[in-house]
Design a protein. Structure first.
Length: 256
């Protein structure tokens, strides 16, 4: 990835942080976009500060998104890869107990955020010789997940957005793919498991087993590094003819 420039949202922790580190290790310039201080912590893990840019970004704020992408292009001279990773878990509750604010917030971050970043990145991506958009969805965008209606609906929307953009941008030779991680180790999934344990009235380990790992062929959670490696492949020349796909990284939980 020498000489390429990537803009990665949700870069302050978890999957986003690992994607940034993977890209940087492969020689890419990386713009770390997120709302919090975690982007600075991520940047400190990269040994090439000249190829690193931290940009405070709220993906639900169009002005914030526009300014962050413009700053990235001004700093590195272009844009080749957009990774839409920013997302939130949303509430864990039966549909009748989900309030409108929580619904709108989940959709705003998980779907509208991807719309805004892509909208403002695409004119720059068209100037690249090897442009790609990588949207982080979830296997929950393919199968039901009890008491997680806002989240699953948002992740299904990401797959629809991905497939449509792949055809819309195909004439510009921009590939667009989604990665669908399974339950991935980290603070976010810990919070989800704890909420599921409370809803199911079981302990943490039982909720983890019942809701997530029992369904996986490998019987374990996914590591963020696994998702990062998939993103690096989709951004590489090796994936030149891979587009409009939703790629599972889930330890064998879904097969479609």
């Amino acid at each position: 990835m020498d000489g390429t420039t990537a803009f990665v949202t949700g870069a302050s922790q978890g999957i986003g942080r690992e994607i940034v580190l993977e890209f940087a290790n492969r020689g890419a310039n990386v713009a770390l976009a997120a709302r919090g201080d975690g982007i600075e912590e991520t940047a400190e893990l990269i040994s090439a500060p000249e190829r690193t840019l931290s940009v405070r970004t709220d993906v639900t704020d169009e002005d914030s998104v526009r300014e962050a992408i413009e700053r990235t292009v001004e700093t590195f001279g272009g844009l080749d890869v957009l990774v839409n990773n920013a997302g939130i878990a949303g509430p864990t509750a039966p549909i009748e107990d989900v309030d409108r604010e929580a619904w709108d917030r989940t959709m705003g971050v998980n779907v509208t955020g991807m719309f805004l970043t892509t909208k403002h990145a695409v004119s720059h991506l068209r100037e690249s010789d090897r442009a790609s958009v990588i949207n982080v969805s979830s296997i929950s965008g393919k199968r039901p997940l009890e008491n997680r209606t806002p989240y699953t609906a948002s992740k299904m929307a990401v797959i629809g957005l991905t497939r449509t953009l792949a055809f819309e941008l195909g004439d510009d030779e921009i590939t667009v793919n989604a990665i669908c991680p399974g339950a991935t180790s980290g603070p976010r999934i810990d919070a989800v498991i704890e909420a599921q344990a409370e809803a199911l009235r079981v302990d943490y380990e039982e909720a983890k087993r019942r809701v997530f790992t029992d369904d996986a062929a490998l019987g374990s959670l996914v590591e963020p590094e696994d998702v990062a490696k998939a993103a690096a492949f989709l951004a590489s020349e090796d994936a030149r003819h891979v587009t409009a796909q939703d790629v599972n990284v889930d330890g064998g939980t879904v097969w479609y």
